[in-house]
Design a protein around this ligand. Structure first.
Ligand SMILES: Nc1ncnc2c1ncn2[C@@H]1O[C@H](COP(=O)(O)OP(=O)(O)OP(=O)(O)O)[C@@H](O)[C@H]1O
Ligand SMILES: [Mg+2]
Length: 350
């Protein structure tokens, strides 16, 4: 898949199905949320619908699916965009510090509290508080967060005065919160108070059609960031990336592309350059029953993939002896060699 060619594919697809992306400004960098699959288009649609209201949003999704990015996008599309967006990772801060981080403390509230300090809720007044990994919050703190959600009020640690704030809350978790409620690990009242607008981010393996766009995007970003000039990711490499299960989702893909771009420097990223877990990932299995999803199917690329899968199968069956593989496919050797070149095929361990 050549860089230029790939862009052509991207713009062709734009003509047909309009690639969706949301620009997110974070610090001084501009990040784009990429996604043209049906599932991501639904996410973008929901983001547009809910950004300009104050309802609480509960983002759910596996690690690396973009919960943090979407939370920021919602804030930046909202009327609160010129006020702070304050993010706090409830799972990363020790429980005894988290209360003071969220609500602040008065002077002398505990040993070491030599002066009073404002908490994140106060600092975010007028803006958005992003409670990341809320499923990891202790039950005591859950009660206090519930109070902010219901009354917009809280007290600083050691303080008696109620402080009123105007914040929108976006919460995120990779856990199944309803299951955590059943197990008694998460308060039911807080769960329902958060569950006003649930937004589920799909895993990457559930939206494989986004992979080529993400690869192209991250390849360009990494070229720019690292002063590299990688031109293409071959079809074979891309096929293997598409077949992989991506347990770390988009983050894993992004880091992998960056690593390959840095190490390769220029030219093409081929199947050889992939990490071992992708080299051994299952390949496209030709099947006579290909399902046409709601998103439709591009006949030309489906036929190309089918041809490629059959050629690969015959080559593997014959241990890459091209004469034998050509015979299996009822082709002459020269035609097979041409097709191998065109599809950038090569043996896995060559
Ligand atoms: N759709 C996307 N388009 C472009 N980049 C994305 C997309 N989704 C995620 N990313 C990138 O992947 C990385 C992980 O995203 P993010 O931190 O938002 O995920 P997360 O769901 O919050 O993960 P975690 O649960 O581990 O906190 C980030 O570098 C982000 O820029
Ligand atoms: Mg996150």
């Amino acid at each position: 898949m050549q860089n230029a060619a790939q862009h052509k594919t991207v713009s062709d697809a734009t003509d047909q199905c309009e690639i969706q992306s949301i620009q997110v400004k974070e610090d001084y960098n501009s990040h784009e949320i990429i996604g043209q699959s049906r599932k991501m288009r639904e996410v973008f649609e929901l983001v547009s619908k809910v950004s300009d209201c104050d309802s609480t949003i509960l983002l759910n999704g596996e690690t690396g699916t973009g919960k943090g990015m979407i939370a920021r996008a919602i804030h930046q599309k909202s009327k609160r965009r010129n006020k702070p967006f304050i993010s706090i990772n409830c799972g990363a801060i020790p429980e005894n510090l988290l209360e003071s981080e969220l609500f602040g403390h008065v002077r002398g509230a505990f040993t070491g509290a030599t002066c009073s300090k404002q908490g994140k809720f106060e600092l975010a007044d007028g803006g958005t508080v992003f409670l990341d990994e809320i499923g990891d919050m202790s039950s005591d703190l859950q009660v206090k967060v519930l109070k902010v959600l219901e009354e917009g009020e809280f007290e600083q640690v050691g303080g008696a005065k109620s402080i009123h704030v105007d914040v929108r809350i976006i919460a995120a978790t990779h856990r199944d919160l309803s299951e955590e409620v059943q197990k008694g690990n998460f308060r039911e009242d807080l769960y329902y108070r958060l569950y006003v607008i649930p937004l589920m981010l799909p895993s990457l393996r559930d939206r494989k059609s986004d992979i080529p766009y993400l690869v192209s995007h991250f390849m360009e970003l990494s070229n720019q960031k690292n002063g590299r000039n990688v031109q293409e990711v071959t079809e074979d490499a891309l096929q293997r990336m598409t077949n992989y299960s991506w347990p770390g989702n988009v983050r894993e893909l992004k880091n992998m592309v960056e690593r390959m771009v840095v190490l390769k420097g220029n030219g093409s990223i081929t199947a050889q350059d992939l990490p071992v877990e992708l080299k051994s990932s299952h390949r496209f299995e030709p099947s006579t029953t290909i399902e046409i999803s709601d998103e439709g199917i591009c006949l030309n690329s489906a036929v190309t993939e089918f041809e490629k899968a059959l050629i690969l199968q015959s080559l593997e069956k014959t241990k890459w002896v091209k004469n034998k593989a050509a015979k299996l496919l009822h082709l002459n050797r020269t035609t097979l060699v041409e097709k191998i070149k065109r599809h950038h095929l090569q043996p896995c361990n060559a």
